[in-house]
Design a protein around this ligand. Structure first.
Ligand code: PNW
Length: 479
């Protein structure tokens, strides 16, 4: 087990949330509706029929929640801004109350020596922009850049670290291909239009942030997967090429090489796609230099070709309702996700800490000088509150083991020379887990959804001990 003192002294120890998952207060202080309000209200979209209307009341409880983070010894907090609080129509008029709220959050963090890491877009597009075509419309990229410029102008004095988008893979393919996330559309190969417009929004937004706040550090958070073939047959190797292509290279190559991976386009879209979608200057805009890359890492994919004979089925990670007709992998619907003997979390996601080093290595291969941050990593388990000597406790040894193993992987990455500068646990608090509603808990801190009481899980206590370099109170079970 690694110790904190083996990490660089300026390493960022962070935890994360996203606006729609935690804030609640969806109709307060001038906030307009986002695609997640609309989607969650539609019957059959969320496993438990819930919404983010109340969530964990972080909008009102942020100060106490930040006290919890500081109390654990964390020195960073990654959170997202609700675009609909700041520009309820997604364009034009600014809602002052929204900006004031996020100024208070940033100031509360700074008062407690916790650095704000702000994500501008964590999936909650203002509904009026979806009504105008959403991410299938090129104009949405320009609207995002305008929003990014407004925020950097207004908050650039209290926030220095910005991420444009969170996980464009999810926005494009869960939102517009499998439809398990908002806006719930099943557009097949057209979802790649959303990829281009998201990346274009990232590039244009990077420019407006830099213009408004010249000292800003700008990055993006992509979800990367360690991908391997179930065997070395040609069919399985081709499946791995496809899934690595759609999950990882489709984002890394335009961001860092200024080009789309041609093999992915060949599999997924018609030959005229680039001529139609990509205008002169777009690839340069998308590949604008960044100050860091955020990587969200959860799991490994083991994949096989359509004709392979694999008996144990794995889990397509793309959600609760993905079907072959609405795959999150356009053009590669035949690929199968294969089960392995490795343990899985409650999400069905394989636990593979070494894969974190794989994806850091892959990203580093594209951008040799770029600082890397793990901007999300975590696990869901069915937590239960127990009473220990009259105190409410949550024993979550699996989550603690997951966390410890991935922290170890970070140290291994640093030891082999990768420029990893921070680790972010998803999430600080249990929250609205998208298509799963409140049925999946990722928090280090348990939330009682009836009373909104916060209870430190054993994993949070372990992290606090790790950060303070105290001996852990209880032995950590191995992964
Ligand atoms: C990420 N998949 O979501 C998000 O950034 C968080 O908001 C979310 O709560 C967390 O991971 C846990 O799910 C993902 O299907 C959702 O592969 C789905 C997938 C990946 C990431």
């Amino acid at each position: 087990m690694s110790r904190r003192s083996e990490f660089p002294a300026d390493f960022v120890w962070s935890s994360a949330t996203a606006a729609y998952q935690v804030e609640g207060a969806v109709a307060r202080e001038g906030r307009g509706p986002s695609i997640w309000d609309t989607f969650a209200a539609r019957p059959g979209t969320i496993a438990d029929g819930s919404t983010g209307e109340v969530a964990i009341e972080h909008f009102d409880r942020f100060a106490a929640d930040i006290d919890l983070m500081a109390g654990l010894g964390l020195n960073g907090y990654r959170y997202s801004l609700s675009w609909s609080r700041i520009q309820p129509d997604g364009r034009g008029a600014i809602n002052r109350a929204g900006l004031d709220h996020y100024r208070r959050v940033a100031e509360a963090l700074r008062e407690r020596a916790v650095t704000p890491w702000v994500t501008l877009y964590h999936w909650d597009l203002p509904q009026p922009l979806e009504d105008a075509g959403g991410w299938l419309a090129r104009d949405t990229a320009a609207r995002f850049a305008e929003f990014a410029g407004i925020v950097a102008t207004e908050l650039g004095d209290v926030v220095g670290d910005w991420m444009t988008l969170n996980e464009p893979w999810c926005s494009a393919f869960l939102g517009y291909a499998s439809g398990v996330h908002a806006p719930g559309r099943t557009e097949g190969a057209r979802s790649l239009d959303a990829v281009h417009h998201l990346l274009l929004g990232h590039g244009l937004g990077t420019a407006t942030i830099r213009a408004a706040a010249p000292d800003a550090r700008v990055g993006i958070a992509v979800n990367l997967y360690s991908v391997r073939a179930a065997s070395d047959t040609a069919a399985d190797l081709d499946a791995a090429r496809r899934i690595d292509g759609l999950s990882n290279r489709l984002f890394l190559e335009p961001l860092f090489r200024g080009q789309y991976p041609q093999d992915v386009l060949r599999d997924a879209v018609d030959p005229g796609w680039e001529d139609r979608l990509v205008r002169p200057g777009d690839t340069e805009t998308i590949a604008a230099p960044l100050d860091f890359l955020g990587i969200n890492y959860y799991s490994r994919h083991t994949v096989a070709g359509a004709e392979a004979t694999v008996t144990s089925a794995g889990t397509d990670p793309s959600g609760t309702a993905s079907t072959p007709e609405a795959s999150a992998y356009p053009g590669s619907e035949g690929v199968r996700f294969v089960g392995t003997a490795a343990p899985r979390t409650q999400m069905g996601w394989e636990i593979h800490p070494d894969g974190l080093v794989d994806v850091l290595r892959q990203a580093h291969g594209y951008a040799r000088d770029l600082p890397l941050y793990v901007t999300e990593n975590g696990s869901a388990y069915a937590d239960e509150v127990v009473s220990v000597a009259g105190e409410r406790r949550v024993h979550d040894p699996e989550r603690t083991a997951y966390l410890a193993a991935h922290v170890d992987a970070c140290l291994a990455a640093i030891s082999e020379g990768l420029p990893l500068r921070g680790y972010t646990a998803w999430s600080i608090l249990d929250n609205f887990e998208w298509a799963w509603g409140y049925q999946r808990r990722f928090g280090l801190v348990y939330v009682d959804y009836d009373t909104q009481e916060r209870i430190l899980k054993d994993s949070a206590r372990w992290l606090a001990d790790f950060l303070a370099e105290r001996e852990p109170a209880a032995p950590v079970e191995s992964a």
